[in-house]
Design a protein around this ligand. Structure first.
Ligand SMILES: [Zn+2]
Length: 269
């Protein structure tokens, strides 16, 4: 028995999570238990689901998040591997609901898999997105090799320096990651400071935020879209590196060519 039985729409969302988890592993972005995925699945919760008993006692989130009362999330489990989640999403993650006080969650299905230790920061981002009226429902944290390598240079950590370079590698980068790459300086993983800085960067109009010397945090409508943005950016970083490995600094598209893209395709930046 699974909460996904006879709920094809909800199952479709979890299937996408599993598919993305497999890609993260194949790309070498998800060593050991690295990375996190949370998806707000509230719109697929039906009356029968809402009547289900919890299979855990309410646990404190560690924050009060006023827009999350009664919301439902799929969360990767703490210590679980993406490569295992790809095969068995409901054994390596769980579906939780937030209690009416907005400060606790309870696990509802399928197994009492404790959510990621990054839950407070992921939920804080979801709370922010709901407050803003954003259609984004998925958040992804992963360790894309070439993008993380870039952050080991202070020059690429300058605001929009990496964005301009990555956009100029191929036109699709700007078209499919049109807000670019926000930069957050190194902070302790799982810290409140890192969560706050991430939300500030998203509020500064980025969908993908780079954590210096660590990884990316991406938000989008669903988990496949969030993955695609990171994939597109990392591909651009690989093209840059390929040119450098061929012994030259890549020319990049001109500013005029990139402005033309924004005009013709109606891009936000
Ligand atoms: Zn990480």
């Amino acid at each position: 028995m699974s909460i996904l039985d006879n709920r094809p729409a909800l199952k479709g969302q979890i299937d996408k999570v599993a598919e993305v988890a497999g890609y993260l592993w194949q790309k070498g972005w998800a060593e050991r238990n690295g990375g996190n995925i949370t998806v707000n699945v509230t719109e697929w919760a039906d009356d029968a689901m809402r009547a289900l008993p919890a299979i855990s006692a309410p646990r404190p989130i560690g924050k009060t998040l006023p827009h999350l009362a009664g919301c439902w999330f799929y969360c990767k489990g703490t210590g679980k591997r993406m490569r295992d989640l790809a095969r068995e999403p409901m054994a390596n993650g769980s579906i939780i609901r937030i209690t009416a006080d907005c400060a606790h969650y309870e696990i509802v299905a399928d197994q009492p898999v404790a959510p990621t230790s990054e839950l407070p920061s992921h939920l804080a981002v979801h709370d922010y997105l709901l407050a803003k009226g954003s259609p984004y429902r998925a958040s992804l944290h992963t360790h894309p090799i070439e993008l993380v390598a870039l952050t080991h240079s202070k020059a690429w950590m300058e605001k929009d320096a990496a964005t301009r370079m990555l956009w100029s590698m191929i036109p699709e980068t700007k078209a499919f990651c049109p807000r670019g790459l926000g930069m957050v300086p190194y902070m302790l993983p799982s810290s409140v400071e890192l969560a706050d800085a991430t939300i500030k960067a998203i509020d500064d109009d980025y969908d993908v935020v780079m954590w210096e010397k660590h990884g990316v945090f991406a938000v989008d409508a669903d988990i496949m879209d969030a993955f695609d943005q990171v994939d597109v950016l990392n591909k651009a970083a690989q093209i840059y590196i390929a040119s450098r490995n061929m012994g030259f600094e890549p020319e990049g598209m001109t500013d005029a060519q990139m402005r033309q893209l924004s005009t013709v395709f109606g891009l936000p930046k």
